[in-house]
Ligand binder design. Structure first.
Ligand code: SF4
Length: 356
């Protein structure tokens, strides 16, 4: 059965007009779906009974369900393990920050891109998330934080989250249509502005160009991780398909259209991409492109073949970039004590499910 919460307002309006219903019914239904997180048509008490009955025969409302919540005692990062209607698992992570928390959401179950430093990659690709499943991670978090999170925890967070980042399980640009539709619903119905939404990608140049054509001010974060194609390929198989020359051309095009600073994510891995030469080549690669580099020390997961560099190596890498005039932030690996790296908990849950 089609999930009505996979539809945007225009599609719901069209469906209702085929039933002879006025436009304002679509507004009411969107309000129930994307603001009040109704779980059944019965909840929609301002709709006529006949319409509710008709809709419930034609559509389902598919919600994500909380299975587990783990809060980091170190920094308050919170991981939500969520179950989908077909019993697969995904995860969202809430990352607290004094200026407003960020919710990190998933776009796929598993991932086909095989980055060697990433837990999700060990699961392979299972399926794309639908627009409704993406949006409902945001609706779930808003709902849960407002109604079910204990008061003491809410005080730690200080403010509800104001930013959404596609940096959970999956490569968002490989699920392009569903992700774009979800973003439209998040902006138009949930009320989070496009400037507060970030897509983090392992870099698919043609999709970056397509994203640049959209009328949204979405922030773009590109997973760089090595300034040389040959070395990048060793940790990111996607680099065998798209050379850095193409990636950088797409990044510059994105900047030319949006005029917004780009972010380059750089996961530092001991002995793999943390040398002074690597830092100098990163600085050269980003020459003239308004951007910042986010350095993140590897967050090792079970069976991870790599190690996190020493703190002194990270500091040296950052200083070399700064000396070349680049903007650098060394991101604290929030929630590293609760498997909060990309996809770690969801991967574990899906693996256990496949074994059982
Ligand atoms: S880092 Fe992102 S693109 Fe790479 S395997 Fe993990 S989820 Fe996929």
């Amino acid at each position: 059965m089609i999930a009505i919460n996979d539809l945007d307002r225009e599609e719901i309006t069209r469906t209702l007009s085929e039933l002879g219903e006025p436009r304002y019914r679509a507004v009411q239904i969107c309000d129930w779906l994307y603001r009040r997180r109704a779980t059944s048509f019965e909840d929609m008490t301002n709709l006529p009974l006949d319409l509710r009955r008709h809709l419930s025969k034609k559509f389902a409302i598919k919600r994500v369900r909380l299975i587990d919540e783990i809060v980091s005692p170190e920094d308050g990062a919170t991981k939500y393990l969520l179950q989908l209607h077909d019993s697969l698992h995904i995860e969202s992570v809430l990352l607290p920050h004094p200026r407003g928390a960020t919710l990190c959401i998933s776009s796929q179950v598993g991932c086909a891109f095989g980055c060697r430093f990433c837990a999700t990659a060990t699961m392979g690709f299972i399926r794309n998330l639908s627009p409704g499943e993406i949006v409902d991670q945001v609706n779930f978090a808003i709902d849960y934080l407002s109604h079910e999170t204990p008061k003491e925890r809410r005080q730690v967070l200080k403010r509800p989250f104001s930013n959404v980042v596609f940096m959970g399980m999956g490569e968002p640009l490989a699920n392009f249509e569903n992700v774009v539709k979800a973003i439209r619903i998040i902006i138009e119905e949930v009320g989070i502005g496009s400037r507060h939404i970030t897509i983090s990608t392992c870099a698919i140049p043609e999709k970056i160009v397509k994203l640049a054509e959209l009328p949204y001010e979405i922030k773009l974060a590109i997973s760089l991780n090595n300034p040389r194609d040959e070395k990048r390929k060793e940790i990111m198989p996607v680099a065998g398909k798209f050379a850095l020359k193409e990636v950088m051309a797409a990044a510059r095009y994105y900047y030319s259209k949006k005029k917004r600073f780009l972010t380059f994510e750089y996961v530092l891995i001991e002995g793999i991409n943390d040398s002074p030469r690597d830092a100098q080549e990163v600085a050269r690669l980003l020459e003239g492109l308004p951007s910042k580099i986010n350095l993140i020390a590897l967050n090792p997961f079970p069976d991870c073949p790599y190690r996190r560099p020493k703190a002194s190596t990270i500091t040296r890498f950052a200083s070399l970039l700064e000396a070349k005039g680049r903007n650098v932030t060394v991101r604290k690996s929030l929630g590293s004590d609760i498997l909060a790296g990309c996809g770690q908990l969801g991967t574990l849950a899906n693996k256990l499910r496949h074994k059982s």
